[in-house]
Design a protein around this ligand. Sequence first.
Ligand SMILES: [Cu+2]
Length: 510
Amino acid sequence: MKKCAAVPFTTLCITFLLAFGLVSCDTSSESNASLARHNGLPLVGGSAAGDLGPPVGEPIIAMLTSPPNVPPPIRRNTPAKLIVHLEMREVEMPISEGVTYTFWTFGGTVPGSFIRVRQGDTIEFNLANHPSSKMPHNIDLHAVTGPGGGASSSFTAPGYESQFTFKALNPGLYVYHCATAPVGMHVANGMYGLILVEPPEGLPPVDREYYVMQGDFYTVGKYREKGHQEFDMQKAIDENATYVLLNGSEGALVGDNALSANTGETIRLFIGNGGPNLISSFHVIGEIFDKVYTEGGSHFQENVQTTLVPAGGAAIVEFRVEVPGTLLMVDHAIFRAFNKGALGMIKVDGPENPAIYTGREVDSVYLGDKVNDLSIVAEVTSAFTTTGEVTPAQQIAAGEVLFSGTCSVCHQLDGSGLAGVFPPLAGSDFFLEDRIRAIDIVLNGMLGPVTVNGQIYDSVMPPMSQLNDDEVAYILSYALNSWGNDGGSVSAAEVTERRASTSRPPGAAQ
Ligand SMILES: [Cu+2]
């Protein structure tokens, strides 16, 4: 016979007694019931319920996938012995257009290979470190019950392999990461991924599943500064991220790499956050999450706009897409999306559904320079770095892309401005009179009255000093040679000189 220990429970028991005239307070049957249901939700029983006995049948080699792909759902109804082979490699890959970084990876990608197992499975984990690696690495899987999550059994020098075995007791979506000192540095270099432990009955069927994981990156050079970039330990300690990325690169989920779906389909995203420092306010512009398995656990919340994904945490989000167009996945800490790269796309195809939404694309409102092909900007810059020369035509082509993403919101795509508010650049006597002054305006902004073609404008242009010197040169060269303007060019060296000899207003990027 159990006792009525806690106060609210006592109250409950008393109510129970009064209602049914019972004399004892036996809750043994009730504790079973409360294991099954709590506030109307089924409980899954935690790790105590996760040991489904010894593996049944021959060992199975686990199928791992690279992001954004997810292995197919598990159809077994018995626990198995699953053999995982994962190789750690240090690889140079693009982090942005024209920018490379040496990532440390699980399986050659950032995030690392997706692992899918079933609750109760016994997992033999084989971790290899490629001979070309410079560092030792290991793995801490948050799905492991045991000290270090496997880290202490998996320390692996270059050219070696290690093995440990664990039973996946708790269902859920879990982060794994390297835990070799300095841990922060290994994580910042991309050493994380997700492991899904499916409940025995599996997850409800959906039409598409994808794998998206955020991470913050710290480079010595500024955002989009071209060439190879090194890790910056001080920026990492200061939590001053240069890039915040979905799937390890600015281009990973945009343009041709966008995720795809058709109207009427339900999408499930396995969202992770490797950190090392920043939490993610994960949001899809143009959708509402029908379900969110908060923090990757067993219960879902419904009808959610933005879900918080902690560093070293995960979430499963599901939504049905009703109308065609491009959905944007972002960290809604929004400067990260538009100035640090935390942006991905889902292209939804299908017939318009004006009863639900009348318009089509969100691209022009939100996307800025991502509508266009930024690779042209990178190509021009790297041509300059290798040959020391950029043709005027190349400069102008790169400038057009950047202008449309940066200046056209105010000065308009055709440079005509907006009467009384934004002065024109097309045929502007003021602009064409002094191209060096134009550099200063772009870098430092402009305020107070200015007369352009006889019209007075008295407004504010914010400084655009977040653009690098190449970018400012391309934009101004494009503007000088467009819309009937009479030509000329601006060089990156001239921008460098003006940046050094003028000062930005307080608060502007330097
Ligand atoms: Cu490592």
